[in-house]
Design a protein around this ligand. Sequence first.
Ligand code: HEM
Ligand code: HEM
Length: 206
Amino acid sequence: MAQHRPFPLLSRILHWTMAAMVLAMLFIGIGMVSSVSQYHRLVAIHKPLGILVLILVAIRLLNRLLNPPPPLPSGMPGWQRVAAHGSHVVLYALMFAVPLVGWAMLSAARYPIVLYGPLQLPPIAPQSPVLFAVLRETHTVLALLLFVTFLAHLGAALMHALIFRDDVFPSMTSFRFACDNKPGRTESEPRGGAKASAAATVAARE
Ligand code: HEM
Ligand code: HEM
C-alpha cells in the first residue's frame, strides 16, 4: 500500500514557526484593541511581526512550489480532499491578505509603519480617510475569518490524528519521519506508526 510521505523538513519548520506567529498575531491584535495601557507596546510588536508573516508566507509559497507536499492518503474520500486543498488555499490567501490589508490601511491613514528604529515601510495605498475606514473593517473581518479557518484546520488535523489514525498528522508533526526518509527509501512507516512497523519487522524475521 502506498504510504503518506512526510512534508519536507523546511515545510514543517515553516509551518510550525508560522502557526505560532499567526496565532500570536491574532491574540496580540485582539489584546491591542481591548487594552488602553498596553496599546502602544502591542502595536509596536504587531506591525513588524505582521510584516514578517508576509515575508515568510512568500518564502513558504515558493518552497511549496519547489518542494510539493506529499500526496494525501489514497483511500481518502473526494470531499475530504477538496476540503483539505480548499482550506489550505484559504489559509495561504489569508496569510497574504491580512498583513497586506494592515499595511494598506495604515498607508491610507499615512501612519508611519516602523519596523525597527529608523526602518519604515513606504505607503502602498493613497491617502484617504474613507479607504482607511474600509480597510480597517476589512482587516478585522479577514483576521476573524483566518481564526475560523484555523479552527476548522485544527479540527481536521485532530480528526486525522485521533479518529482516522492515518499518516496525515504525523506527516506534519513527526520528526521521526526525517530519519525514515533516508536516500533510497521512498515510503514512510506503515499505518499504525513505529511500534507496528517494528513489530512487523520482528515478526517477518521470526
Ligand atoms: C496547532 C495548530 C495546527 C496543527 C495541529 C496543524 C496541523 C497540520 C497538519 C497535520 C497538516 C498536514 C495536512 C495535510 O497533509 O493535508 C497541516 C498543513 C497545513 N497547515 Fe497546519 N496546523 C496547525 C496550525 C496551522 C496554522 C495556524 C496555519 C496558518 C494560519 C496552518 C496552515 C497550514 C497549511 C497552509 C497547510 C498545508 C501545507 C503547507 O503548505 O504548509 N496550520 N497542518
Ligand atoms: C498575520 C498578520 C496579522 C494578523 C493575524 C492581524 C490581526 C489583527 C487583529 C485580530 C486585530 C484586532 C482587530 C479588531 O478587533 O478590530 C488587528 C488590529 C490591527 N492591526 Fe493587524 N494583523 C496582522 C497584520 C498586521 C499588519 C502587517 C499591520 C500593519 C503593518 C497591522 C496593523 C494593525 C493595526 C494598526 C490594528 C489596530 C487598529 C486600531 O487601533 O484600531 N496588522 N490585527
